[in-house]
Structures are given as structure tokens and as C-alpha cells.
Design a protein around this ligand. Structure first.
Ligand code: GLU
Length: 303
């Protein structure tokens, strides 16, 4: 595969769409990001990295962190997590509360906000410090030992996070929180605020593309659990846009409202695209164009 050529094609197809969409202004720190940026990176399982655009500009990882937090919980063989969160698409917005009320405080999946708060709460109960566990993992897998939280974003999530508070208190009322709401949300908000570049994210995603093998060759996840992570990315990773993503792109993808998208081609490569402008589901507009171009140029879809 001539990845250099594929990335060139991705960049030229995406260029007219850079700046499209709206930045996530419900988190003030994200509202200030210049929407006219775009980065793309492919990391292959044999150690090559191919990049285009604003590949070294850090952005907030947001919900892409949810795949890594789930990996950490599953790595502890904590099957109890599946009593607390289900494995079904939600068909509703990532921060919806109505379904959660109707379904007795058990979130539909680990990638919508309620499910991710449950996973953060579980990781906190398991490790005593969910943020540290995630920081250690992201640093090791991204190859950036200085990877850190963006404190402006973290503060802004904390200040404006009332919807997430409502979600967490609702789950607490159904007995589905292990820690106090404030403590669990402190970890959840900070987990969403890690600052990462496309190149780093693509490298970190290799953990999933290699079915749970870490950068140092050790195994974090059983192969089955890695498969569960990609299955959930395909069904739920882009919220109620997941059907359209399967149709257009056909890869497991996890999005974040910082404008990042992480996709994996199992056994082959991990792809990160970043464009801050979002569609009405909360997924990057230019990032989706780029992933679609990547799949077409390289024939990568799993379908
Ligand atoms: N921190 C964001 C929130 O809780 C994450 C949402 C996302 O990236 O989809 O609203």
C-alpha cells in the first residue's frame, strides 16, 4: 500500500471542506478553537507514520478517551461493567437523559456520556485514580511522555457540565454510581481534556488495531476484549451518526467533540483525523470526508 499517495489523496479531497461545521460551543474552551485547521495521520502496525496538514497541533481528545478508558476497565477482567452499561446503539444524542430515565439508569453503551461516566466511575473504583491510569496509557501508546490535560478545557468542562451532572445524579438515584458524583465527574471531565495531536492519537490507536498489544509488545487486552472495543466503535462510536459512518466509511470509528476521529483497520493501521467543525451529531465534518476518502483510496472498509 502506497500510504504516502493515499494521504495526498485524502488531503486534496478534504481541502474544500476544511472549516465546515460548527465548533462545540457548549464547552467554552472548545468554542475558541480556530475551525480552519485540519490534520490527518496514519500509523501502521509495522511502525510507519504518514501525515498531512496540522498534524502537530494538539486538540482535546474528548470522547475518543472513552475507548481507551474502556480498554483499561476491560483489561482488569472487570466483567461486572456489563451489569452497569449495555452494548447497544442509542439512536439519541450523546448527552441524552430521557432514555437513561426510561431504562432505569443503565446506559445503552460505554461511548455515550452516561456510559462513559459509568466507565470512568468504575476505573476510579478499580484504580483509585482513573486520570492517572489513562494518562499513563496514553503517554506510553502515543509516544509522548509529556502528554497532559489542557487545564483551560478541563476547567471549562467542569464549569459548564450541568448536563453531565444531571446524568450522573440520575444514575446515582438508580444505584449505578460507585463513587460520589462530584469525584467521578472530576475524573470524567479531566479524561476528556487530554491534549493530543493527530500523530500521537494515530499511534495510540494502534493498541486497538493490534488487538490489545501495547507499543512495548506486552498485552493489555485479551484479543476478544479488543474486538469488543472495535465492535462498539462501529455501532456506537459516532453516536446517532453511526449508521451513516458504517455506510460511508465502514470502519470502527470513535469521535470526540474536539473534532477528532480515531478509526482503525484491524491488523493494518490506525487513523486519526482532526477538524474542529462538527455536524449536528457532534462528529467532525472534515474528518468524515477525510476518512471516506481514505477508505476509497486504499480500499480499507471492513464491509
Ligand atoms: N466532554 C464532552 C461532554 O461530556 C464529551 C462529548 C463528546 O466528545 O462527544 O459533553
Amino acid at each position: 500500500m502506497d500510504y504516502r499517495h493515499v494521504v495526498e489523496q485524502v488531503m486534496s479531497t478534504t481541502a474544500p471542506h476544511i472549516g465546515e461545521g460548527a465548533v462545540a460551543d457548549y464547552i467554552p474552551g472548545l468554542a475558541e478553537v480556530d475551525p480552519k485547521q485540519f490534520g490527518f495521520a496514519v500509523a501502521t502496525v509495522d511502525g510507519q507514520v504518514y501525515t498531512g496538514g496540522d498534524v502537530d497541533v494538539p486538540f482535546a481528545i474528548e470522547s475518543i478517551s472513552k475507548a481507551f478508558a474502556l480498554a483499561l476497565v476491560l483489561s482488569r477482567k472487570d466483567t461486572d461493567i456489563w451489569q452497569r452499561v449495555r452494548r447497544e446503539p442509542s439512536g439519541l444524542a450523546f448527552n441524552d437523559v430521557i432514555e437513561l430515565q426510561l431504562e432505569n439508569g443503565i446506559p445503552r453503551n460505554p461511548y455515550i456520556n452516561p456510559g462513559a461516566i459509568v466507565v470512568a466511575d468504575q476505573l476510579l473504583a478499580d484504580t483509585g485514580d482513573a486520570v492517572k491510569a489513562l494518562r499513563d496509557l496514553l503517554r506510553a501508546e502515543s509516544g509522548n511522555p509529556a502528554l497532559e490535560i489542557d487545564s483551560v478545557i478541563a476547567e471549562s468542562e467542569l464549569r459548564t457540565g450541568d448536563r453531565n451532572r444531571a446524568i450522573a445524579y440520575l444514575m446515582a438515584s438508580f444505584g449505578n454510581m460507585r463513587n460520589s458524583v462530584d469525584l467521578a465527574l472530576d475524573h470524567y471531565f479531566r479524561q476528556c481534556s487530554f491534549s493530543i495531536t493527530c500523530a500521537e492519537l494515530a499511534k495510540a490507536g494502534l493498541l486497538i488495531a493490534r488487538h490489545g498489544l501495547r507499543a512495548d509488545g506486552s498485552r493489555l487486552l485479551e484479543r476478544d476484549d479488543a474486538r469488543h472495543i472495535t465492535a462498539l466503535m462501529t455501532m456506537c462510536g459516532t453516536y446517532d451518526g453511526a449508521g451513516d459512518y458504517a455506510y460511508r466509511i465502514g470502519l470502527p470509528v470513535k469521535s470526540g467533540v474536539g473534532g477528532g476521529l480515531l478509526a482503525v483497520v484491524p491488523d493494518t493501521c490506525s487513523i486519526a483525523a482532526w477538524g474542529p467543525g462538527l455536524d449536528d451529531k457532534g462528529n467532525s465534518v472534515s474528518g468524515a470526508v477525510a476518512l471516506e476518502a481514505f477508505v476509497r483510496a486504499g480500499g480499507f472498509s471492513v464491509f
